[in-house]
Structures are given as structure tokens and as C-alpha cells.
Design a protein around this ligand. Sequence first.
Ligand code: FES
Length: 107
Amino acid sequence: MSENNNWHLAATTSEVLVDEPKAVKIGEHHVAIYNVDGAYYATDDICTHEFASLCEGFIDGDIIECPLHAGQFHIPTGKAMSPPVTEDLRTFKVKVEGDEIYVEVTT
Ligand code: FES
């Protein structure tokens, strides 16, 4: 079995509710953790347009809307969905063990 040291305990499931993403800092990375109908995802928390925390934005299903200029991203893929955002968000692998959410980030 191969394990690597890039998995970081980021949150517990009780901290990441549907419509309430959680911002965490892992090394130098600002990461947003989402709960989309019970499935957990992680992306960069900082918008690719300007500097804004997406965790302070608005969730609509599997879409996060930036609080600053309302650009939208698809949470599972990080894909930029609507102007003014054109650059996709980076996504991170997530695994859940018990009630612990781990995110794979190379620090
Ligand atoms: Fe996110 Fe402008 S900073 S859309």
C-alpha cells in the first residue's frame, strides 16, 4: 500500500455543512472545503479573478459564486463557469475517514 505525506487533516465533517464551506490554511495554501449533498470537495479558496475568499461567497448546488464580482465556479471540477472569471480553480483530492476530512496538498 502506498501512502504519501501530502494528506492533511483539514476539518471534521461536522464543520463543513451543505451551503457552508470552510476555509483552511494548509502550508501556504488557502483551501476551501465544500459539502455538496454529502460529497466533500476541495478547491483553492482564493478566486482566480482577484483576491477574494470563495468561502465567503454563495453556494447554489455544486456552484460557488464569488462574493466580490459574482464569478462562478463548478465545485467538483474547479471549472470557471461565468464572467468575470476565466481561469479555473485548482482542485485537491479529498478523502473522508470516519468524521475526518483529509485533503491532498503538496506543501
Ligand atoms: Fe472573484 Fe472577481 S474576485 S469574481
